[in-house]
Ligand binder design. Structure first.
Ligand code: DP6
Length: 362
């Protein structure tokens, strides 16, 4: 498939309005996307676990209008929000070519997250995928030609649009494991996320992700800037090829159920991501002292208890603890007894691998 296949060619201009509603989850990358080309094309492939409970719920109400510009309002948790507008404006500009009806309607976008606002959890994946899904459901209402009912087309276009909002958002449409970015080990595309097509051993069923909220503040450097710093980065070429290798390794590991090997790849990816930040010019550090305290505690705990718990990080200070379901009780005890002191206001969020987005309003 190419970009051209995602252009809506004709649509019914008689429809006056309506509303649609979706909930879409966050995801946590095992092999990290860090570095992109023009038009949100990733420099390297990534693979993520889709989450279940950390999600964004978005309702879009659309009503016919006359003027030839984008018109929308955003309400975040019930309150009108101006701060989100520029990002949505850019998103509309990027996707208009694929959705030519965008200037025909006024959109009221009402959105909320299940996780606390400013928890430091990236909401761009769940947020942008939820909006993309709503707009695509509106497109279906207006469309004569039907790709309607073609789930594979719907999911691909939803992911394609979400990617243009935020790269990692393209991995939130489906679950439980999603690959984005061309590579030789799995079925994949640079344009949208694809469900991981390999075998997944039962050791990874219901895998748990407990997110320790170390720092809820605004990040000093956004992901978008961080990606740009991979241009001309001294280690970029090696890093991109390492990501390809790690994805290939992970494919074998997921099939065999070798959790010890899984831990090595996942933790190495997290630390490499942050190493890229520290070796950018300008350099920056998003981990906090408590991030390192937690990592060290996890290593100690794993060695002493023959546990399979591991950590990963996204572009921030919070720590995602990944572990098999059969360790849940022990790990939650460990968190309460030893890790909660490193969390801001003692906060952490329990989540697990999930199936992807759901339409909840038609
Ligand atoms: C570290 O998807 O937030 O979480 O495309 O600029 O919106 P933009 O970046 P974003 O980058 C996420 C980077 C990451 C790794 C990952 O999720 O793969």
């Amino acid at each position: 498939m190419t970009e051209i296949d995602f252009i809506l060619k004709s649509y019914n201009t008689d429809i006056k309005g309506g509303s649609v509603k979706w909930e879409s989850p966050s995801n946590i990358a095992l092999v990290k996307y860090w570095g992109k080309k023009e038009n949100q094309i990733p420099e390297n492939p990534s693979i993520s676990f889709t989450l279940t409970d950390c999600k964004t719920i978005t309702e879009v109400t659309f009503s016919k209008k006359e003027s030839n510009n984008f018109s929308f309002d955003i309400y975040f948790e019930g309150e009108k929000n101006e701060a989100f507008k520029p990002k949505i404006q850019t998103f509309f500009e990027r996707i208009e070519v694929y959705m030519p009806f965008l200037k025909d309607y006024h959109f009221k976008i009402e959105t909320s997250n299940t996780f606390p606002h400013s928890s430091g959890i990236a909401s761009s994946a769940s947020g942008m995928s939820a909006i993309a899904l709503c707009l695509l459901s509106i497109e279906q209402k207006l469309s004569y030609t039907s790709n309607r009912g073609d789930l594979s087309y719907f999911d691909k276009k939803a992911s394609f649009l979400a990617r243009l909002g935020s790269g990692s958002a393209c991995r939130s449409i489906n679950g439980e494991l999603v690959v984005w970015g061309k590579n030789k080990s799995t079925e994949s595309s640079d344009l949208y996320g694809v469900k991981f097509d390999g075998k997944v051993h039962e050791n990874f069923s219901n895998y748990q992700d407990t997110i320790l909220l170390v720092d809820k503040g605004e990040k000093q450097v956004s992901s978008t800037i961080g990606h740009k710093l991979m241009y001309g980065h001294p280690f970029a070429k090696e890093r991109f090829s390492q990501a390809h290798n790690n994805l290939e390794k992970l494919k074998t590991i997921l099939a065999s159920g070798d959790i010890k090997a899984f831990v090595k790849v996942v933790e190495s990816e997290a630390l490499t991501l942050h190493a890229m930040m520290m070796t950018s010019m300008p350099y920056f550090i998003l981990m906090k002292p408590n991030t390192l305290q937690i990592i060290n505690k996890i290593w100690e705990y794993r060695a002493e208890n023959n546990s399979n718990v591991c950590f990963t990080l996204d572009a921030g200070a919070n720590v995602h603890m990944l572990y098999p379901e059969n360790e849940k009780e022990n790990i939650l005890e460990f968190i309460k007894n030893e890790l909660v002191i490193y969390c801001q206001n003692g906060h952490y969020i329990c989540d697990q691998i999930g199936l992807g987005a759901n339409q909840i309003g038609f």
